[in-house]
Structure formats: structure tokens, C-alpha cells
Design a protein around this ligand. Structure first.
Ligand code: AMP
Ligand code: ZN
Length: 478
């Protein structure tokens, strides 16, 4: 598998630090508002990377933070007259709802900056002790000049940056030794949340948060660090400087960055005001269509959002769903194969059917090849369409149930790797639910707890939660 590494500006063979395991950190959103579909691009893209890595057999430890202390959060809190925490809690909850609706799986851990302040103070202290940081009146800066490799990720010429450096300065930062120095800790202003530290009562800078959370949940050295391309400089460049100077070893092996989601060829962003929230889009479209639309382009290509492209995505997804439901219908109307394995008595495919299956499997290989080439979801989707066409023209109810089932499974699985739900949800009737609950009670009575749990999970998958109360088992739909 080859992945494009921003650090080397080329595709590299993917070799994780530890065989079979991947440690992956994705910079998450600042939570002061509902997320827009530009923010959704890295979520969908890197969730798909994670799913593909798991499909390849890797155990993925996936960490994605919430930045829950920031000027914008504080401004919003002041506007509403509530605490910053109330704002961030609210929008974390909303973000999680949007993620679920886009079928973006929760991370292994979703750390929040405000809960990791001790670790940040510790890292800043280490940087001070090693001479990489200095304190001016309670503000602590990183001494960029001391890190010889600064600029290696963004491939920037530091002298050029320095000469244009005045523009990098923010008001109040003119005490810096160098225009490229950045803030690790800043003193509180009136009405802002703050934490005690050896330097001042205040709060951490944004970049130190990710260095610390990545270290705490994944270790000093990780496999993949990812985010949108606007984070390359200065955010990720600064993370590298902090982590490598603190830990004395490389930070992340592969740096992956998604290109922007644009509108009229301009980046969709809160500040330009040219955005749609995921919530708004969900009122007009099935969010699976949004996911399909995002994955129809390679993650490193800019993607322009338009109603026409969303319509095309909707039609494409519909074509796949039709093929899936058609295969299901065929499966229900076909008979079991008649050839059996003499020893096991299992049904085996006739040699003609084995050929048909091999034809279908060729598209799975194509899919994997596309994904192995820097997660080329656009080509992977093309392989799915070819499989759809193949299934539509090669399978009928004259085929054995086993063959149809195999092709059906392949199609659903390939879509599943992209996080696309293409099977119709079968609504459980109330009576079915009651029957399953009774079966679960019986299993528990018989001390068959494994079976009881299985039934609970089966119901959970259909959005049914069970509540064991004193009056018996109650249930509700999500
Ligand atoms: P923010 O909340 O602005 O820090 O953004 C959270 C994530 O969304 C970061 O990885 C950004 O790079 C990414 N992002 C923001 N806007 C866009 C966009 N228009 N297209 C793609 N990614 C974006
Ligand atoms: Zn980050």
C-alpha cells in the first residue's frame, strides 16, 4: 500500500511502526458552531482511511480531538451570556450527531483540550528546560530558530517567511525574539477561562494541544497524522517542532492532508460565509449521498460543491442500491445449488458458477488496487460500478442462492469499506422485538449469557435499546 506523504512530497510504501497496528491522529474541529460540510471532508475521508486499514487487517488506534477552548468559543459564549464550556459541550454533542448521520465512526478516543491542561503544562515546561521555549510576561513562546528542521513539512523557505514576518505578528506579540516564534501559553484576558501555570493564569496555544493529546493517547511516535491542507502551516509544522524537540524523536511517519471542499472554486469556510452546515444539507439530502459525493473525488483533489454534483452522486448511489436490492430479490427467489462436496455435504458452485464468481472477484482486486494507491476512492467507486454492471448482467434467479449471496456480500462489503450503507434497513415490527426480548429472557434464564448479549446487540444494531427495569424489560427505538 502506498500513501502520499506531505513530508516527502511523494507516495511512499506504508510500513507501520509496529507490525499490524496503526496509530493515527486526526485534528478535529473547534466546537463553537455546527460543523459545515468543509469540516466534514476530513472526517469522511479519514474515517474511510481507517476503515480501509482495518479491512487490510490492521488494528487502528484512531484519535481525534475536539478543540474546546479558543477565541471563537469564548466570543460565542459572551454573545449568548453562557460559559465557554456550555458552548463547547453543546457543539460537541451536535458534531457527534452529524458524524453518526454521515456514518463516521466515533474515534477510539476523542480527547478534549480542556481536559488535558496538565499534560500541556508539562510539555511546555520540558521545552523551557531544554531551551526551546521562553517566557515574556506570562506568555510562553516556542523558539523556532532553535529547531533546525522547522519548515520541513510545509517546505517553506524560512528566510522568506522571516522577511515577510511582520505580517505573521498578531497584536501584542511584538516581544517575540523572532517573527516565526509561536505561542505555547498565553495569559488570560478579563472574562476568559483560565488555568494556573508556572508562567501565568491563562490557557494553552492551539498547537500544543494536539502534540500533547497525540502523545498521551498514541505515544511519542505515531504512524499517521492527518487533517485538512490548511493545517500544514503553521499548525502541523508547529506540532512537529514541539513534539520532536520535547521527545527527541520523530513525531509522525506519514502526514496526510485532504484538499479543500470549495464553492465556486473558493474554500468553504466560516469566515467567508460561503458554507452549508451538515445539518442544512441533511434537510435536503440523505447524508449517504454527501458521503458518496466526497468519496467520488480523490482526497488530495479540490472538490467543488454544487447541486448538480450532489444530484449525480445521488443517482450513482441509487444505482448501487438498486443493484443490491435486485440481488437480494434474486437471492430470495433462487434455489440452493445442487452440487455438494462429497465429504462435507456443503453446496459447491458448479464450475460455470465459479467462473462467474471469479469474474466478480476481479472487481474486488481492482477496488483494493485503487485503495492501495493512496486511497483512491474515485477509482474504488469506479470498480464498484463495474461490479454493479457485471452483477446486473450476469446473475439471475436461475443461479444458485450461494453464488448470488457471494456476489451480494461482495458488493455490500466493498461499499461498507467506504462507509456507504447500501442495504435497505429492515424495520423490525413491534411483535418481532417482543419475541426477541422473550428469547433473550429465556437465554438468560438458561444462563446462556452469550446468546442474551447477542440478541441485545442485534437489537442495538436496529436502533432498539433495552432497559432492564424492576417491572421487566422495556424497549425504545432510537
Ligand atoms: P477547523 O474547525 O476550522 O479547525 O477545521 C477542522 C478540520 O476541517 C480541519 O482539518 C480543517 O482543515 C478542515 N476543513 C475546514 N474547512 C475545510 C474545507 N473547506 N475543505 C476541506 N477541509 C476543511
Ligand atoms: Zn491539530
Amino acid at each position: 500500500m502506498r500513501v502520499y506523504n506531505t513530508l516527502s512530497k511523494r507516495k511512499e510504501e506504508f510500513v507501520p511502526l509496529e507490525p499490524g497496528k496503526v496509530k493515527m491522529y486526526v485534528c478535529g474541529p473547534t466546537v463553537y458552531n455546527l460543523i459545515h460540510i468543509g469540516n466534514a471532508r476530513p472526517m469522511i475521508v479519514f474515517d474511510t482511511v481507517r476503515r480501509y486499514l482495518e479491512h487490510k487487517g490492521y488494528e487502528v488506534n484512531y484519535v481525534s480531538n475536539f478543540t474546546d477552548v479558543d477565541d471563537k468559543i469564548i466570543a460565542k459564549a459572551n454573545e449568548e451570556g453562557v460559559s465557554a464550556q456550555e458552548i463547547s459541550e453543546r457543539y460537541i454533542a451536535e458534531c457527534k450527531k452529524d458524524m453518526e448521520a454521515m456514518n463516521v465512526r466515533p474515534a477510539t478516543t476523542h480527547p478534549r483540550a480542556t481536559q488535558e491542561i496538565d499534560g500541556m503544562i508539562e510539555m511546555i515546561q520540558t521545552l523551557m528546560d531544554k531551551g526551546y521555549a521562553y517566557n515574556v510576561d506570562g506568555t510562553v513562546y516556542f523558539r523556532t530558530r532553535k529547531f533546525a528542521e522547522y519548515g520541513k513539512l510545509s517546505h517553506k523557505n524560512l528566510d522568506d517567511l522571516r522577511s515577510g514576518g511582520r505580517s505573521l505578528l498578531v497584536t501584542g506579540e511584538d516581544q517575540k525574539e523572532d517573527p516565526l516564534d509561536f505561542v505555547l501559553w498565553k495569559p488570560k484576558k478579563e472574562g476568559e477561562p483560565f488555568w494556573p501555570s508556572p508562567w501565568s493564569e491563562g490557557r494553552p496555544g492551539w498547537h500544543i494541544e494536539c502534540s500533547v493529546m497525540s502523545k498521551k493517547y498514541l505515544g511519542e511516535e505515531i504512524d499517521i497524522h492527518a487533517g485538512g491542507e490548511d493545517l500544514i502551516f503553521p499548525h502541523h509544522e508547529n506540532e512537529i517542532a514541539q513534539s520532536e524537540c520535547c521527545n527527541g524523536r520523530p513525531f509522525a511517519k506519514y502526514w496526510l492532508h485532504n484538499a479543500f471542499l470549495n464553492i465556486d472554486n473558493r474554500k468553504m469556510s466560516k469566515s467567508l460565509g460561503n458554507f452549508f452546515t451538515v445539518r442544512e444539507i441533511s434537510e435536503k439530502y440523505d447524508l449517504q449521498v454527501l458521503r458518496f459525493f466526497m468519496l467520488s473525488a480523490h482526497y488530495r483533489s479540490p472538490l467543488n460543491f454544487s447541486a448538480d454534483l450532489m444530484e449525480a452522486a445521488g443517482n450513482g448511489l441509487e444505482r448501487i442500491r438498486n443493484a443490491v436490492s435486485n440481488l437480494k430479490y434474486i437471492m430470495e427467489n433462487s434455489s440452493a445449488g445442487t452440487e455438494q462436496n462429497a465429504a462435507s455435504e456443503e453446496v459447491v458452485l458448479t464450475s460455470a458458477e465459479q467462473d462467474i464468481l471469479a469474474g466478480a472477484k476481479a472487481y474486488e482486486t481492482k477496488f483494493d488496487e485503487a485503495m492501495d494507491d493512496d486511497f483512491n476512492t474515485a477509482d474504488a467507486i469506479a470498480a464498484i460500478f463495474e461490479l454493479v454492471k457485471y452483477a446486473n448482467s450476469n446473475l439471475t434467479s436461475a443461479n444458485s442462492k450461494e453464488l448470488v449471496q457471494a456476489v451480494y456480500g461482495e458488493l455490500v462489503d466493498l461499499c461498507g469499506i467506504l462507509g456507504l450503507i447500501v442495504e435497505e434497513k429492515e424495520e423490525l415490527l413491534d411483535a418481532d422485538i417482543e419475541a426477541l426480548i422473550e428469547a433473550r429472557q429465556a437465554a438468560r434464564k438458561a444462563k446462556n449469557f452469550a446468546r442474551a448479549d447477542e440478541i441485545r446487540n442485534q437489537l442495538a444494531e436496529q436502533g432498539i435499546t433495552l432497559l432492564d427495569t424492576r417491572e421487566g424489560v422495556k424497549w425504545k427505538r432510537a
